[in-house]
Ligand binder design. Structure first.
Ligand code: FAD
Length: 498
């Protein structure tokens, strides 16, 4: 590899990934490097990433973005979690809230105490102890309290927003910081002697040279795959959905502070409420459903006037073999795609960018940094992959060929270990440094009705009558705190109405 100092960075692609990268690199690298971004209006962007997880707030804060201003500009609403309907069995419903459940006691996880009472016949769902869940279901929202003693400090939030407007918003941030935007289509990529990228040529004849190239060209992977042939790990045997159809509809009610994921015959349907409209889509598997059937089902299950033509998208769930190959780093859909069930794509974009900034080759390329970057990114993708598979594998449904396949499919060993451990002992295998941590796994494992055979023995150190009283109090504190919260729409009106 040619070991040059990085003076020129070229980003190919101006979707969310491209502009998030441009905004972050320009902020962190200042004037050390010249940053150009090439995008093709003719090709356009995928434009459907509308739901996020709480890490997005940290990314925006690092860019110095004012949250209310960003929310106004992107018609954003607050998001406290995702509700899953009909996933375990038809008629079942649970939420994955971005929230703690109750309080741990004597060094033992709260859910172990809940399990004991559940085994004794108490039917209170664990979600009754989650301030995030209780608020979401009552359509309430207030920013979390900063006082750690308050129960209202025990949840997090993310956003639903218009992804196209988010890209435009970040474009302004990046251009203000000196990023140069070049409109045009990359038609050729030439390689240097080391097999890395030397320059990209546009349809207009313009040639753009650089030392570091960032591929944000979406599913096409213009640099990382078409030019560098990096290769792809296919995840479709575990995550068989390969298509989606999306439509926008008018809002017929105040926006809910949560995303909905409703299982359908061959996949699932999303509902994402923004301030000015609702995003809807059916993620499905072509092997079991035609495009026409998917469109038909989607249109039957949306509310309000349909504002856009149904748009079909195809994808291949998986990831690149390497995320950083020679002098090219891939960010966004060009790096791989894990279907949108847990709204993780934008999160993976921000993680890619922050890891690149941490391992930035200031002194020229160093293979050890590249290997470490790849190791960390592979880990991230694998973690999300396993969390997503969990939702499918633990279904009890076999009413359609799609669900029968999911229920019976082989799953990665790391995931089956986690499921078995939970079933036998109630413990969740260590995941503190993962994207989804203890509470997230707990929400889905219990939501999908996996009940552990036992609870932690230390639970019995508290007398049962006393435990019942403590649990009753915890539930009361949650209910009382949520009762005093404003509703979601009021909070939007107060801070960020678009
Ligand atoms: P794109 O938006 O496709 O942008 C690619 C860019 O590259 C464009 O600017 C294009 O013009 C440019 N380009 C391509 N080829 C060339 C060329 N030859 N020359 C010049 N420019 C070129 N994410 C979430 O976080 N939450 C969600 O709820 C969510 N839902 C999704 C639902 C579906 C069905 C799909 C498919 C994705 C979803 N995503 C979601 C993912 C999210 O949409 C993407 O991660 C995000 O939009 C980033 O896309 P991107 O910028 O990588 O690619």
């Amino acid at each position: 590899m040619e070991n040059q100092l990085i003076k020129k960075i070229v980003i190919v692609g101006g979707g969310s990934a491209g502009w998030m990268t441009a905004a972050a690199l320009s902020r962190y690298l200042g004037t050390h490097c010249e940053i150009s971004l090439v995008e093709s209006d003719q090709i356009g962007i995928v434009g459907v990433g509308e739901a996020t997880i709480p890490g997005i707030r940290e990314f925006n804060q690092k860019l110095g973005i004012d949250e209310n201003d960003f929310m106004r500009a992107t018609h954003a609403t607050y998001k406290l979690g995702i509700e899953f309907n009909d996933w375990t069995q038809l008629g079942d419903s649970y939420m994955h809230p971005f929230s703690y459940f109750g309080h741990d006691m004597n060094g033992v996880s709260f859910h172990d105490y809940w399990l004991k009472l559940n085994q004794l016949g108490d039917e209170t769902p664990i979600s009754a102890y989650s301030p995030g869940y209780v608020a979401a279901k009552q359509n309430k929202f207030i920013h979390p309290n900063q006082d750690p003693k308050s129960v209202l400090s025990r949840y997090f939030y993310a956003f639903h927003f218009d992804a196209t407007l988010y890209g435009q918003y970040l474009r302004q941030v990046a251009e203000k910081a000196g990023v140069r935007r070049i409109e045009g289509k990359v038609v050729a990529v030439s390689l240097n002697n080391a097999g890395g990228i030397k320059d990209v040529a546009l349809e207009s004849g313009q040639v753009i040279e650089g030392e570091l190239f960032i591929d944000c060209s979406g599913f096409r992977g213009v640099l990382i795959e078409q030019a560098l042939k990096t290769g792809y790990q296919d995840y479709s045997r575990w995550l068989p959905c390969d298509s989606a159809v999306a439509v926008q509809t008018e809002s017929v009610a105040a926006p809910t502070p949560y995303t909905q994921s409703n299982a359908q015959a061959a996949g699932w349907q999303w509902r994402i409420p923004l301030q000015n409209r609702v995003g809807n889509g059916y993620v499905f598997c072509q092997q079991y459903l035609s495009d026409d059937e998917a469109i038909d089902t989607l249109l039957k299950h949306v509310e309000g006037e349909v504002l856009t033509e149904p748009r079909v998208l195809r994808f291949n769930t998986g990831r690149r073999n390497q995320f950083w190959n020679k002098n090219c780093v891939t960010v966004g859909l060009s790096s791989g795609f894990l279907e949108p069930l847990e709204s993780t794509s934008i999160h993976l974009i921000q993680t890619s960018i922050m890891k690149l900034i941490n391992l930035f080759p200031d002194q020229g390329f160093n293979q050890a940094d590249i290997d470490e970057y790849n190791r960390q990114m592979i880990e991230q993708f694998e973690q999300v992959k396993n969390f997503l598979i969990l939702h499918y594998k633990t279904t009890q449904r076999s009413d359609t060929p799609f669900w029968a396949y999911c229920k019976n499919m082989e799953i990665p060993e790391a995931l089956s270990y986690r499921i078995e451990l939970f079933k036998k002992t109630g413990q969740i295998a260590r995941c503190d440094d993962e994207i989804f941590v203890h509470e997230n796994w707990l929400a889905v494992l219990l939501g999908q009705k996996l009940m552990p055979e036992q609870y932690h023995p230390k639970v019995d150190m508290i007398d049962t009558a006393q435990l019942k009283m403590i649990m009753q109090q915890m539930k009361g504190v949650v209910n009382q705190a949520v009762a005093g919260m404003p509703n979601h729409q009021e909070t939007i009106n107060r801070w960020c109405k678009s």
